[in-house]
Design a protein around this ligand. Structure first.
Ligand SMILES: NC(=O)c1ccc[n+]([C@@H]2O[C@H](COP(=O)([O-])OP(=O)(O)OC[C@H]3O[C@@H](n4cnc5c(N)ncnc54)[C@H](O)[C@@H]3O)[C@@H](O)[C@H]2O)c1
Length: 257
């Protein structure tokens, strides 16, 4: 069957997008660029009402539509509530970006079961929960896009970061499985960024030696969050309509598959 002519546009006008963990870092940049491209944006956050509220105001001042909704995306009840609120506020969803994440640096033999459960809960189970919650409404509208934020560390592995790497590798497996199960109606892809200048790559979250390893890549620098948001905009737009189950790598050369 021949496809319709391709519109060479990054416009998201008329679409509604939900970005999880949107109050800071990469999620914030994705929400802002989506709003600039014309989407109405739902900003999920956890305990960051002030930052999420400021972003809503910024989007309103650009003439866009935005809502901030708090939910812990690792908790099934919170995600069900979020799905109901999104349906009520926006009447449905066109684009879901699973961005919320946490990271912990710890020697593997000191890693507790609670560490593992928390990491896998936020970084992997959340993607299962949101996908399960939002896919039925997307299927009813016969279209939608899901973008999952993985990491280059899923492909590289990294000493002292085993649960994070395992969770992000799980995100890639989930992306590919759901892409196969829900194509062609729903397009599901992942982004595996290299190191990005956010709170996650800072001395608060990582040792200096871990940051040095992050910087040991051909481009020798951290990405700006906007450089990852640009890939998300491409994946959300019609320009990427033949992408299915792919893992795009804005990573400064850390991984060259
Ligand atoms: N910064 C990097 O170098 C890098 C590289 C590869 C992938 N990533 C991934 O990008 C995503 C965004 O990270 P970032 O670098 O912007 O860091 P960040 O810490 O600024 O952003 C993570 C956001 O997720 C939110 N969050 C955490 N747990 C949550 C929960 N249970 N429910 C809802 N929100 C929750 C946090 O409040 C925060 O706003 C993460 O998935 C991260 O693993 C980051």
């Amino acid at each position: 069957m021949a496809a319709a002519a391709l519109s060479l546009s990054l416009s998201l006008a008329g679409r509604t997008a939900l970005v999880t963990g949107a109050a800071t870092g990469i999620g914030r940049a994705i929400a802002l660029v989506f709003a600039q491209a014309g989407a109405a944006v739902v900003l999920n956050h956890l305990g960051r009402s002030e930052q999420a509220g400021a972003l809503v105001q910024e989007i309103h001042s650009l003439g866009g539509q935005a809502w901030a909704l708090e939910a812990d995306v690792s908790q099934s009840a919170d995600v069900s509530r979020l799905a109901a609120q999104v349906q009520q506020a926006c009447g449905g969803l066109d684009v879901l970006v699973n961005n919320a994440g946490i990271l912990q640096e710890k020697p593997f033999l000191q890693t507790t079961e609670a560490d593992w459960d928390q990491m896998l809960g936020v970084d992997l189970k959340s993607v299962f929960l949101t996908s399960r919650a939002f896919l039925p409404a997307m299927l009813a509208r016969q279209g939608g896009v899901i973008i999952n934020i993985a990491s280059d560390l899923a492909l590289l592995g990294r000493a002292q970061f085993a649960p994070y790497c395992a969770a992000k590798a799980g995100v890639i497996g989930l992306t590919r499985s759901l892409a196969r199960e829900f194509a062609p109606q729903i397009r599901i892809n992942a982004i595996a960024p290299g190191p990005v200048a956010t709170a996650m790559v800072s001395l608060e979250a990582m040792s200096q030696s871990a940051i040095d390893k992050e910087l040991d890549i051909p481009q020798h620098r951290l990405a700006e969050p906007q450089e990852i948001a640009a890939t998300a905009l491409f994946l959300a737009s019609d320009l990427s309509r033949f992408y299915c189950g792919q893992v795009l790598g804005p990573n400064g050369g850390s991984v060259m598959p």
